[in-house]
Design a protein around this ligand. Structure first.
Ligand SMILES: [Zn+2]
Length: 286
């Protein structure tokens, strides 16, 4: 293990301890997915990420993650990033879209916290897809000032950045403004520089970690639609006058209706129809 890996070890241990002691209120999320720490070699420095286990590449994943950077001047930068263009959409959903409850929870969590910023950046790759991106800051708002107007500003900016990025990828290769694919917008919902002390780190990590748990309860529009479009197979009695109608195939294996002996056919129900019919959600939905 080289020196740079070693210098993260201390903070990783504190992070693990802090999470154990922090009052996690969102226990429905399997906590073992977190703190699957990954040390990545960035362009100039090492970063440490905390996110879902499936987020094998933190720069491309649609999931938000918490990151830590150790700076030279005895400070640590810590943040909660929505790094890929799709995950910026996810952040937008949190702050203005589908998940009103999550947004309120998050704003409540942010209330009274000082020193944290929400930051929109453009993520640029100048030569090839595999190079580490260079980030350029475009807009910064203190999180305790976030309101509908500020959120509107941040995300109209993010949309402009994605548009600008897409136009710059079409420029001739020798144009100084040319960008290659793999860039776009990046959003840090949280960002703060703290002194590299145990106490400051513990506090900042617990805050970022709990914010991440709140954010991970949110679906992208695509995930939301996929769930809406999903169908579940039930067994339906063919007798038009039957008042029993549907059976759950998981706990009914007879080929006929118990109520009137009618034969059964397979029907496809939406999640809502299933819940209406049976009073409980279909097996594979959360
Ligand atoms: Zn029947």
């Amino acid at each position: 293990m080289d020196k740079n890996h070693e210098k993260f070890r201390k903070w990783l241990e504190i992070a693990k301890k802090t999470r154990r002691n922090s009052p996690l209120t969102f226990s429905r999320i399997p906590t073992d997915d977190y703190l699957k720490a990954e040390v990545r070699l960035g362009a100039e420095d090492y970063w440490l990420y905390f996110g879902k286990e499936t987020a094998s590449d933190c720069q491309k994943t649609d999931e938000p993650n918490v990151w830590i950077q150790i700076n030279d001047n005895d400070t640590i930068s810590i943040g909660l990033a929505f790094n890929a263009n799709n995950s910026v959409n996810k952040a937008e959903n949190i702050l203005r879209g589908y998940a009103r409850g999550v947004k309120e929870q998050l704003f409540k969590h942010f209330k009274g916290e000082s020193g944290w910023w929400a930051v929109i950046q453009i993520r640029q790759k100048f030569h090839n897809f595999s190079e580490s991106p260079i980030y350029e800051e475009r807009k910064r708002v203190p999180i305790n000032e976030l309101n509908e107007d500020k959120v509107e500003e941040l995300f109209s900016d993010a949309k402009n950045i994605i548009k600008e990025y897409s136009e710059r990828t079409k420029l001739p290769l020798d144009d100084p403004k040319y960008l290659c694919v793999g860039g776009g917008a990046s959003f840090n919902l949280l960002e703060k520089e703290i002194p590299a002390t145990e106490q400051a780190f513990e506090e900042a990590f617990a805050f970022a970690h709990d914010s991440l748990l709140i954010c991970l309860k949110v679906k992208t529009p695509a995930e939301h639609n996929r769930e809406q479009n999903k169908r579940y197979t039930a067994l339906k009695c063919k007798e038009k006058t039957c008042s029993h109608k549907c059976y759950d195939p998981k706990n009914y294996d007879k080929p006929y209706c118990d109520f009137d002996g009618g034969s059964l056919e397979k029907v496809q129900l939406t999640k809502d129809e299933w819940i209406n019919e049976f009073g409980y959600p279909p097996n594979d939905s959360k």
